[in-house]
Design a protein around this ligand. Sequence first.
Ligand code: RIB
Ligand code: CA
Length: 313
Amino acid sequence: MATTPVFVDVDTGLDDALALALLSRTPEVEIVGVGTVAGNVPVGFSTENTLRVLSWCGIEDIPVYRGASRPLVAPYQDAAHVHGGDGLGGAMLPPSSRNIADFAAPDALVRAAREYSGRLVLITLGPLTNIAIALSLYPELTEHIHGVSVMGGAYDVAGNITPVAEFNIYVDPDAANQVFAAPWREIVAVGLDVTHRTILPRRGWEEAAQATEPVAQLARKLLARTFGERDMTGFYLHDPLAAAIALDGSLVKTQKRRVAVVRDGEGRGRTTSTAGGDVAVATKVDAARFVRLFNERLALPHIDDTGAAARPE
Ligand code: RIB
Ligand code: CA
């Protein structure tokens, strides 16, 4: 089977971890590199978490590249209230035996784009700082990348970190503006408009208590705080959906729009969009098909309950 080379940029966090697990169980994907960035937690944590999650999934050969420790301009803000102070809900995964690779994440992305020119798919699951730096270092980056799937934005719905902004875009609005304005071959914006419809219900986690597959046990460990201490009824699968869309665009309906991001003030991180641009903004999702795919790939019991309302994050 021909595989698709994929570079993933993460701020590992809980749903980033689940997205990496999903990709590791997707046969048509070859993850050629993972870049880390400050987002859910500081970059030291997101980097260590990424190594530990990949190691738990039996992956020791995919290079992990540490990236930006803060946004381009805006003051950094984390999401520890959702992901826990360590970024993995206190799951205490065993440490990985390996270190990060020598290059910084933006440089590694440029190298991968050149090596897999025309074929590389970029999946971004955190603030877009590394991507903006890579574009600054190497504006021709867009010519080498086949397509980009961005988890970020809130286009026709409310935000999750402020009433108007989604977290990834809020953390680095300047980087997001630069990324959305770049001349990608293809870019899909996977915002809260669709990710808030893809929910792992509490019952699915509860019924995975006897799971034996390591990836299912990973989900159990990662979400213990979410469904225990935080008593949530569901968990939003933001990053796993953005990862899945990169490989199967038929999961969503999109509208081509021009996207701009408010850089500061009350509206910081707000994604405004008008018809007729080059960004494919996801407006509808086949949530049932995606959640079923997610559960199958992570060996989780499938509970047909995507209506589970996950309380505000
Ligand atoms: O708003 C959700 C996004 O912000 C997800 O990528 C989550 O991991 C956080 O980074
Ligand atoms: Ca993320």
